[in-house]
Design a protein around this ligand. Structure first.
Ligand SMILES: Nc1ncnc2c1ncn2[C@@H]1O[C@H](COP(=O)(O)OP(=O)(O)OP(=O)(O)O)[C@@H](O)[C@H]1O
Length: 449
C-alpha cells in the first residue's frame, strides 16, 4: 500500500540481526494485562464516537455572529434555489469545523436528505480525521501529472450521477491545499456528473480553510494566475468565488504558555510584525544561543522540506537509540490496496519503523477530551506482539506510548502510557475495487526528535 519514502525502502532498520533475533513476544510477558488495557482504550474511543455522533446531531455550540452570517447566507441561497460560491477562512480554533457541522445539519434538515450536502478534503489524512472522503475518491479523480482533463468512463459516470442526484452543496475543507489544476478538475467533473456546461455542475460550493497555511504541492495556488490549460480553467473557476468570510474569534486556546511568541507568529503570518517582534525572534536566532541552549534543542521537532528528508532523519535517530527496531508492515486485502496511493489509502504507508524510546506523533484525533489529538507527541515504551508473532511480517497488538500531554484517566497508574492499537480502514479504489488495510500508520508516525 502507498509507496513508502525512498529512505524507508532502502533501510536495513528492522531487518538487521539485532532486530530479527529480538524476542518480540517478550512485550506480552512484561504486560500480561494488555488486553484489559486495550479494553479501556476501546472505551475511550467509544467516548469519542459518542461525542462525535451527538455533535453532529444535537449538541453543537450556539454559533457566534461571525459564524452565523456565512451559515445563514448559505442556507438562504439553498432555500432560494440559487447557487453560491463562498470562501470561509479562519485560523486554528476559530470554529470552522463547528460551522461546517452546523451548515451540514441545517442543509440536511432543509432537504430532508443525507446526500444533499457532501464534505470533501484534499488529503487522505484529513479525510481520516473528519471521517470523510477525499476529493479524489468522491469525484473519481486519479492522481496524475497530466495537463488534460480525463472524462469518466460511461458506466462510472452513470453511477456517480445516481449517487449525486440529490446533492445541492459541496463543502471543501482544507481548501488551501487545492491548486488551480485541481479546482479545474472539480469544476469539470461536476459538469459531467450533473450533465451541464454550467460551472461546478451548477451546485453550491463552499471552500473552508486557513488561508495562512502552506500552498499545494505539485499545483499552483488558487491565488496565482496563468499557467497551462487546466490551470487557466482553474483561474476561471476560482474567479467565481467573490464572497469571503473571515472567522477571527479563537474559541480554542491551545495553551497559555508563550503567549507573546504565539502573538508574534500570528502577526508574522499576517505580514504585520512590529520591530518588537523582530527583536523577539532575534533572541532565538541560532547564532545568538548559548551552547547549553543549542544542546537543549538537539531533539527538538524539526520541519523538513520533503518527506524523504524527514524519513532519513527519523531513521538516523532510530539508529542512534540503539534498540531493536520493529518493522511494522500494513496488511492489505488485495494487490490494488497494496499499490494504492497514499491519498487513496487515507494516508497509510506500508512500513512503520518503531523502537523503544522512539518519539512518535499521533496523526488523528484519538480522544480530544483527554488530550490525545492529531499532533500529540509521546515516547514508545513497548511494542507488543501476540505470542508467536514476530517482526517483520506481523502487526503488533499494541504500541505503548507515553504521551507528553495526556489528561484522561490513567491506563497505567504511574504514567501517561496509553496503548495504541492498529486500525483497519476501507475504501473504494479509483478503479472501483473495494480495498481494506490494517496498520498503525493511521494513528502514529515516527518523529526523530
Ligand atoms: N460558537 C462557539 N461557541 C463556543 N465554542 C465554540 C464555538 N465554535 C467553536 N467552538 C469550540 O471551539 C473549539 C474549536 O472549534 P473548531 O474545532 O470548530 O475550530 P477549527 O477552526 O475547526 O479548528 P482547527 O482549524 O484547529 O481544526 C471546539 O472545542 C468547539 O466546540
Amino acid at each position: 500500500m502507498a509507496p513508502n519514502f525512498r529512505a524507508l525502502e532502502a533501510t536495513d532498520l528492522g531487518l538487521r540481526d539485532i532486530d530479527r533475533n529480538h524476542s518480540w513476544s517478550r512485550g506480552l510477558l512484561d504486560n500480561p494485562t494488555i488486553h484489559k488495557k486495550i479494553g479501556f482504550v476501546n472505551t475511550l474511543r467509544q467516548v469519542v464516537q459518542d461525542t462525535h455522533d451527538s455533535g453532529s446531531s444535537t449538541s453543537l455550540p450556539a454559533l457566534s455572529r461571525q459564524q452565523q452570517a456565512p451559515h445563514d447566507l448559505v442556507l438562504d441561497s439553498l432555500r432560494s434555489n440559487s447557487t453560491i460560491r463562498l470562501i470561509i477562512s479562519g485560523g486554528a480554533g476559530t470554529g470552522k469545523s463547528t460551522l461546517i457541522n452546523a451548515i451540514v445539519r441545517s442543509t440536511r434538515e432543509l432537504f430532508n436528505n443525507e446526500n444533499s450536502v457532501r464534505i470533501m478534503v484534499p488529503t487522505g489524512v484529513a479525510a481520516f480525521n473528519i471521517g470523510g472522503s477525499t476529493i479524489h475518491q468522491e469525484l473519481g479523480i486519479t492522481a496524475d501529472k497530466s495537463q488534460s482533463y480525463k472524462k469518466l468512463e460511461a458506466e462510472r459516470c452513470r453511477r456517480m450521477q445516481v449517487d449525486f442526484k440529490n446533492t445541492k452543496l459541496i463543502i471543501i475543507d482544507e481548501y488551501i491545499m487545492i491548486g488551480t489544476k485541481m479546482l479545474a478538475y472539480i469544476d469539470l467533473r461536476l459538469r459531467d456528473i450533473f450533465g451541464t456546461k454550467e460551472s461546478f455542475g451548477n451546485i453550491s460550493i463552499v471552500l473552508v480553510g486557513d488561508m495562512r497555511q502552506l500552498p499545494p504541492v505539485f499545483d499552483t495556488p488558487l491565488y496565482a494566475e496563468g499557467g497551462r490549460e487546466l490551470q487557466l480553467t482553474g483561474n476561471l473557476s476560482y474567479s467565481e468565488f467573490k464572497q469571503c468570510f473571515r472567522l477571527e474569534q479563537v474559541f480554542r486556546q491551545s495553551g497559555v504558555e508563550e503567549l507573546e511568541y504565539k502573538e508574534a507568529l500570528s502577526r508574522l503570518s499576517d505580514g504585520k510584525s512590529p520591530v518588537a517582534h523582530w527583536n523577539l525572534f532575534a533572541t532565538r536566532s541560532y547564532a545568538t544561543l548559548s551552547v547549553e541552549e543549542i544542546h537543549s534543542f538537539r531533539h527538538a521537532l524539526r520541519l523538513f522540506p520533503s518527506k524523504d528528508e524527514a524519513a532519513s532523519y527519523n531513521e538516523e535517530r532510530l539508529r542512534e537509540l540503539g534498540f531493536p527496531v520493529a518493522h511494522v508492515l500494513s496488511v492489505n486485502n488485495c494487490l490494488t490496496a497494496e499499490g494504492a496511493s497514499s491519498d487513496d489509502a487515507k494516508g497509510l504507508q506500508n512500513i512503520l519503523l518503531l523502537s523503544k524510546q522512539a518519539r512518535v506523533m499521533l496523526r488523528k484525533n484519538y480522544s480530544t477530551q483527554f488530550g490525545l489529538v492529531n499532533g500529540s507527541t509521546g515516547t514508545v515504551k513497548d511494542i507488543i506482539y501476540k505470542e508467536g508473532d514476530e517482526s517483520p511480517g506481523n502487526i503488533p497488538i499494541a504500541v505503548l506510548v507515553e504521551f507528553d500531554k495526556y489528561i484522561g484517566p490513567r491506563v497505567y497508574e504511574e504514567s501517561t502510557v496509553v496503548p495504541i492499537i492498529p486500525v483497519t480502514t476501507n475504501w473504494i479504489s479509483s478503479s472501483g475495487v473495494p480495498c481494506h488495510a490494517s496498520g498503525f500508520n493511521y494513528h502514529l508516525s515516527c518523529v526523530g526528535q
